[in-house]
Design a protein around this ligand. Structure first.
Ligand code: SAH
Length: 267
């Protein structure tokens, strides 16, 4: 398996990169890589590159960037607004929503949010790991929590909010997204908003529904857990408005090996 790592450095062919502590530890102690071994780097800005280790010891690892593998793409601008959940549920949500291509996570404190503290650093580390493994070209941003009112005060009206509404009037989610694709003034910035385990307060749903940039949607007759609801909405978004038509990149041919890069199964 060729390691794939997110780095903060600028990337270009011929550039040399000194691995940060996390990348160094991963390459040397976890993957036990040596000089001349191949890897893949991305930084969320410059695209994805093939690279090779030029030197590695217990203090540091030096890497040379050799070839552009994929240019940076214009992934959908989709923010997930969610009420903080219990530790395991929020870890699960960040990992899976990253796989599903979310661009940013915005925790929101609603009336029924059970105020558990969020460890943003841990969530950011989870997001980096999921981005590395899912062949994303970006790492989603994990933002600091906002109060419900502050979220709405700061809202940019050109970002369309799809509100997962467990009660009251709501369009079936697929119908709502298909209608939005036919809208000529279709926004290109999106958000999905899911409530906490205890649900939205009825006053919150009423207030959101009245806003011009909100579409309330339903996810069927069952009450889903907040993490299930968010992931379901994201999957439907990607299928209808996002990048659901694209295919994963070819697996990288081993350097020096004679394997057809198109023959792999993607694992
Ligand atoms: N405890 C609440 C349910 C909360 S479910 C109750 O019993 O009514 C957590 C969140 O998931 C909800 O706030 C909503 O945003 C979303 N959700 C769950 N099921 C849904 C459905 N069938 N349709 C739309 N949104 C749903």
């Amino acid at each position: 398996m060729i390691p794939r790592l997110f780095v903060e450095h600028a990337l270009a062919i011929g550039a040399t990169v000194t691995a940060d502590e996390r990348a160094h530890h991963y390459l040397r102690n976890v993957m036990r890589r040596a000089a001349d071994d191949a890897l893949v780097l991305f930084n969320g800005r410059d695209g994805e590159f093939e690279a090779e280790i030029t030197a590695i010891d217990k203090r540091k690892a030096e890497i040379r960037v050799t070839r552009l593998r994929r240019a940076q793409d214009g992934a959908a601008d989709i923010t997930l607004c969610f009420a903080p959940l219990k530790k395991d549920a929020v870890d699960f949500l960040v990992e899976k929503a990253t796989e599903l291509g979310v661009a940013a996570f915005q925790p929101v404190i609603t009336r029924r949010t059970v105020a558990s503290r969020l460890n943003l650093e841990r969530l950011r580390a989870n997001a980096i790991e999921a981005a590395e493994q899912s062949e994303r070209l970006t790492v989603p941003e994990v933002r600091a929590p906002l109060a419900f009112d502050a979220l709405l005060e700061a809202w940019q009206p050109n970002r369309h909010m799809v509100l997962c509404a467990e009660a009251g009037p709501a369009a079936p989610i697929a119908d709502a997204f298909k209608a939005l694709t036919r809208d000529v003034s279709q926004p290109n910035a999106w958000a999905i908003f899911c409530g906490p385990e205890g649900g939205f307060h009825v006053s919150e749903l009423d207030r959101l529904r009245d806003l011009p940039f909100v579409t309330a949607v339903g996810l069927g007759p069952r009450i889903l857990r907040a993490d299930t609801a968010a992931l379901t909405a994201l999957a439907v978004f990607q299928a209808i408005l996002g990048d659901g038509k694209l295919r994963p990149p070819h697996p990288m041919a081993p350097i020096g090996g004679g394997v057809d890069p198109g023959a792999g199964g993607g694992e």
